[in-house]
Design a protein. Structure first.
Length: 107
């Protein structure tokens, strides 16, 4: 499974997937051309949520459908200084998101 890692440096934020830089995926949606961010619900976290899901799911349509909910459930909760997220944790979060939708409808 893929391991995603985000950290803050003197030059800004860096996000990797198994050690390689994660693509911003501006081709899918352009929320934050200046880069990723996390720990709140803004445009940088939206871009990060989309990029993580596009990479993890390898399905742009699913990523576009789920990324805003994933942003609020996962990315907005990341610690400001840095984080690590595994593919298993992403799958578990997506399972919770889908289960909530099945019970209470889409938010």
């Amino acid at each position: 499974m893929t391991r995603y890692e985000g950290r803050r440096t003197w030059h800004g934020t860096e996000v990797t997937a198994n050690g390689r830089p994660l693509d911003l995926r501006l081709d899918l949606r352009n929320h934050s051309p200046t880069g990723f961010d996390w720990g709140y619900g803004g445009s940088g976290p939206a871009q990060l949520a989309l990029a993580i899901l596009a990479d993890h799911l390898a399905d742009s349509d699913q990523a576009l459908d789920l990324y805003q909910r994933f942003k609020w459930a996962v990315v907005a909760e990341f610690p400001r200084q840095g984080w690590i997220l595994t593919g298993e944790e992403i799958d578990a979060a997506l399972h919770r998101i889908r289960a909530q939708e099945a019970v209470g409808g889409r938010t």
